[in-house]
Design a protein around this ligand. Structure first.
Ligand code: ATP
Ligand code: MG
Length: 770
């Protein structure tokens, strides 16, 4: 690389410089969005190396999401200084812990080839445990146990440390099952995500010399998005930082949005107590957004209580007001956004032309994405989904990866179970039980159990012959993986051929088989970026973002959660409706905690925008196949009027509904909502009682619903729970179809068609694909 002048200090303001030049001791940079916290962190990394305080390998830089970690890397590359070596210890908590754990796996009884399980594997394992313990799986679903275990791991609680008050959860078996689960994971030479941190904290606590080694190695620790760390991450950081005490955390209490996942905003509020002698630097100048955008964001977040409070100002030009627009329904909203993006990329209404890369759509719940995807596919607008419907979660990809996993680690029983009869090998339940038994009786893995079974002639016929081919194949692939001169891409291809997996899809008559074969090709292509299969598997386990590699500019679609730390010249924030954003759950909750977290999410959303921020809502939304009418989000009422411009959609909108229908679109309502205090729902509802509006409502109910393209059977994640509403049709694995009747705290009352009324956690419900 050509030498360039070290200019990284030149473009910092004085507060940022102070943050960068205070190298020793604990430092907290506490500041609002867009004030250059991340920028300062990068300059700090440069400065540490420039001043010789630390070499690249002595710097540990952690952040929260994969996207943020990538962003960090690319920003560091752009930081003007002559970097001699790359900073290798830069990444997410999980990625860094995975690497550390590989170096120390034996200390917790693992081999360094351990597998990182995803949710699907976890659930399968928990289900087995629950069945083995004769627990009624209907009453005590694996997902519930998973939620509990996750929450314990987030707090770094090992089974023995689970508080008595919680140990009785899950039919009094919670902590006991957690214990079994942990043992089973070790037997399988596997970890889940929570383990990555939990094991490392354990190792640090129980092996002082190991801790000392890392304390010495990492002279300087830098943490971005500190407000979102959970207890386990916090403990891990504290242990590491106790050596040199050179820890620099940056964060913004107003952007704490992972409380639902165990993040503790208290960590940031307590920093000065935790690290005595800590210095706190505040940054106040925002360099990202125009004054209108900043003022709108501040107006919204002002409604939260219990904030640290910050001053924010900007020297940017006034620019566009935040744009607000109401639509008839979600499809219209997507159609409008698509057209708006097209005209913005051409340059419209005095805005500069923008590339698609400069625009992003940030949604509250991932199910909102689909409408946009469908629309953009129709009009041929290139887009990428970040953290969305994931490539690596598709069935054929998961199958193929199970084969890869077995090649790397033949003891991976979960992978073995997944593919033992895929393609069909005549190894049905009976045969599989025999394999399980042989494995259990001999205390070995399933592959070895299968070998013993074959040796003992315990399985004959077609099944036996096919099983022989499979176990021999696994042995051969495993040898090939260990060959230092081996070509892992050729191996992957051979493996998919020899196992009969590719042929299975070639012979399949399904209409989606060609697509699946394409995906398998994609998968092999993805291997090119890696040195070996193991590296690739680790990458996939850690990075589940689906970013297509195709060239060209694309609009980004992602959840608000995934957008943290990022910025875009133009941001679209659709679906600002009560019940969707803020989520129904946060509105039903007693107390303001949930609602305040939603409001912080709104603040995060608006502050991603540099030049143009467009908020929209729909009067009707089809959620999981059911129409429901909606009221504009209460957060819309909180936008300061002076900084908002209400757009009216063109009259020709709305297909069969005609101009009259759309003319009734939101603008008058919004104006009204800004003139009077409409914070309570009843008065806003009045606005909707006008005859015109009701006519539209009536139409919406008689409107034929378009058929979903494919049967969907998506598991509703925590973010999507919000989307359930009274009257929704839902599906539960055991209870079958039912209708949502009420909400209570985080529970949902469902009247099941066959099983009667039940109270459930939303995450056990699946949208009814009808
Ligand atoms: P967030 O809270 O959203 O993570 P942040 O505080 O980390 O925001 P950055 O992303 O570091 O903010 O900076 C926001 C934008 O402002 C970036 O485009 C960055 O390059 C720019 N910026 C930051 N500081 C300066 C500065 N002193 N001069 C010019 N531009 C700056
Ligand atoms: Mg940042």
């Amino acid at each position: 690389a050509r030498a360039q002048p070290d200019r990284y200090l030149d473009d910092l303001n004085s507060a940022q410089r102070e943050a960068v030049e205070t190298l020793n001791g604990p430092l907290l940079i506490l500041a609002g969005a867009g004030t250059g916290k991340t920028k300062a962190l990068m300059a700090r990394i440069a400065h540490l190396q420039k001043t010789g305080r630390a070499s690249a390998n002595q710097i540990l830089a952690v952040t929260f999401t994969n996207k943020a970690a990538r962003e960090m890397k690319s920003r560091l590359e752009k930081t003007p200084f002559n970097q001699r070596e790359p900073v290798r210890w830069m990444g997410t908590f999980h990625a860094i812990c995975a690497r550390l754990l590989r170096e120390n796996a034996e200390l917790v009884g693992l081999k360094d080839s351990f597998t990182i399980l995803d949710t699907d594997d976890q659930l399968r394992l928990l289900k087995q445990l629950i069945v083995a313990e004769n627990i009624d799986e209907k009453r005590w679903p694996p997902r519930m146990l998973l939620g509990l275990i996750d929450s314990w791991k987030n707090r770094a609680l090992k089974p023995a440390k689970v508080p008595a008050s919680e140990a009785s959860e899950f039919d009094h078996r919670g902590s006991e099952l957690y214990d079994y689960y942990q043992r089973r994971l070790i037997e399988l030479n596997a970890v889940d995500f929570g383990d990555l941190l939990l094991h490392m904290v354990t190792i640090f606590q129980e092996h002082p010399f190991v801790l000392l080694r890392y304390q010495n190695r990492f002279r300087y620790i830098l943490v971005d998005e500190y407000q979102d760390t959970n207890v386990a991450q916090y403990l891990w950081l504290r242990l590491l930082a106790q050596g040199h005490k050179n820890i620099c955390c940056v964060g913004d209490d107003d952007q704490s949005i992972y409380g639902w996942r165990g993040a503790e905003v208290g960590n940031i509020l307590r920093f000065e107590t935790d690290f005595p002698g800590a210095k706190v630097v505040r940054l106040e100048q925002n360099y990202r957004s125009t004054p209108h955008i900043l003022a709108a964001a501040s107006g919204v977040i002002d409604a939260n209580k219990g904030r640290l409070g910050k001053t924010l100002w900007t020297a940017e030009e006034q620019g566009e007001k935040v744009r607000l627009i109401g639509h008839w329904d979600g499809d219209e909203e997507a159609r409008w956004v698509g057209e708006e993006i097209e005209s913005m990329s051409a340059g419209t209404r005095g805005l500069r032309p923008m590339s698609l890369d400069e625009m992003a759509i940030l949604v509250r719940a991932s199910h909102q994405m689909r409408t946009f995807e469908d629309r953009f596919l129709t009009i041929g607008l290139p887009y990428r989904v970040i953290g969305g419907p994931r490539f690596y979660e598709r069935m054929e990809i998961r199958d193929a990866m199970a084969y890869f996993r077995l090649a790397v680690s033949p003891d991976d029983d979960l992978a073995f179970e997944r593919i033992v009869n895929t393609p069909k090998r005549g190894l049905g339940d009976k045969a599989q039980q025999k394999i399980q038994l042989a494995a259990r009786d001999n205390g070995v893995s399933l592959v070895d159990g299968a070998r013993i079974l074959l040796q003992d002639k315990g399985l004959g016929g077609k099944g036996g012959a096919e099983l022989r081919v499979l176990v021999d194949g696994i042995a051969r692939w495993h040898d090939a993986v260990r060959d230092p001169d081996g070509d892992h891409i050729a191996l992957a291809e051979a493996l998919l051929d020899e196992s009969g997996y590719t042929a299975m899809w070639q012979d399949a008559k399904d209409p989606d088989a060609p697509g699946r074969l394409e995906n398998l090709k994609e998968l092999v292509k993805a291997l090119e970026g890696f040195e070996n299969l193991q590296g690739f598997l680790e990458h996939v386990a850690l990075i589940m973002d689906n970013e297509s590699e195709a060239e060209g500019a694309k609009v980004s679609i992602m959840t608000l959660h995934a957008a943290k730390g990022l910025e875009f010249p133009a941001v679209f924030l659709p679906g600002w409706e009560d019940g969707l954003f803020p989520s129904q759950r946060s509105m039903d909750e007693s107390g303001l905690k949930g609602l305040e977290e939603e409001r912080r999410l709104a603040y995060v959303g608006i502050t991603r925008a540099e030049e143009v921020c467009t908020i929209s809502f729909a009067a009707n939304r089809r959620v999981y196949g059911q129409w429901q009418s909606a009221l504009p989000s209460r957060f819309i009422d909180e936008l300061p009027e002076a900084h908002v411009e209400v757009l009216t959609p063109p009259g020709l909108y709305g297909g069969g509904y005609g101009a009259a229908g759309m003319a009734a679109s939101a603008s008058p309502q919004i104006m009204a909502s800004q003139q009077s205090d409409l914070h309570d729902k009843a008065s806003r509802a009045d606005v909707y009682n006008s005859p015109g509006w009701r006519r539209m409502q009536a139409r919406s109910q008689s409107r034929p619903m378009s058929q979903p393209r494919e049967q969907r059977n998506m598991v509703v994640d925590a973010e999507a729970i919000s989307a359930f509403a009274e009257g929704d049709r839902v599906f539960h694995q055991k209870f079958g179809y039912g209708t949502v009747t009420a909400f209570e705290g985080d529970k949902i009352d469902v009247a099941f068609d066959k099983a009667g009324s039940k109270k459930l956690l939303g995450r056990f419900l699946v949208e009814a694909a009808q």
